[in-house]
Design a protein around this ligand. Sequence first.
Ligand SMILES: Cc1ncc(COP(=O)(O)O)c(C=O)c1O
Length: 304
Amino acid sequence: MHMPGAAPSRGVAYAEGRYMPLEEATIAMLDRGFVRSDATYDVVHVWKGRFFRLEDHLDRFERSVAGLRMTLPLPREEIAAILHGCVRRAGLADAYVQMALTRGVPPPGTRDPKLCQNRFTAFAQPFVWIANEAQRREGLSLVVTKTQRIPPEAVDPRIKNFHWLDLTMGIFEAQDRGADVPLLPDRDGNLTEGPGFNVFALHGRTLVTPDRGMFEGMTRRSVIELAPELQLAVEERALHASELARAEEIFLTSTAGGIMPVSRLDGAPVGEGRPGPVTRAMHDLYWRRHEEGWLATPVDYEGG
Ligand SMILES: Cc1ncc(COP(=O)(O)O)c(C=O)c1O
């Protein structure tokens, strides 16, 4: 959905102190963010003209930046203003909004990350859905991959990062097995996450979600907070692949799409092979709260 009167836009980016069409934005080839995946980022969404959990996303971004021993070149209020600025200039009512900090370019002749000037970039583009319309209606097919997620002892998954080669190879593995999306286990067979989403399994009235080896998604947090309203308990703990296989319902969570049902796991139906009532109820509650303005910040479309 676009703002009335605004030209449809593929997105607007901010880099090096100015705004530009997203398709024209580039990263310096020697930036360690590009050549070493030495970067962190966060993604917040805008729905019907309002950011969702903007302050929580900014908090998480600041924690990630500190975790990588980087420094933001701008104060938090200016970062928020730039995010508003990208959405405003893109004329979007529903948007996927990224902020990123790359390590920057080391001075010639060195490789010392401390000597780099960290670079802030941002963009807003039309809202992104991990699952297409049919998948959201019928449910996704999911496979637990042989590819393991990089261990948290190596790369802290709570710092949102671009270390996606395991997730990307997982996507190929899922496609080779005729499925839509992969879910990566750790080396003990406990589940972690997939490319851009967390996972929940329903057993009775209890939702179980992994508590280690994965990014602590904002949508995951929203589900944990909303669960009591649906008389659901939540357990954050190790979730083994064999336990997922016995789940009555499974759903995935992401800023890029919200609550997404899974109807097949490793080729077999989940429950009755279609989105279950608890998944539907959580989906509806999540989007109803958006309509009601829960944790919402109106986009500053006027500027100033
Ligand atoms: C690896 C990974 N896991 C989980 C998520 C879900 O997090 P959120 O709900 O904050 O979008 C993401 C977000 O894009 C992600 O990249």
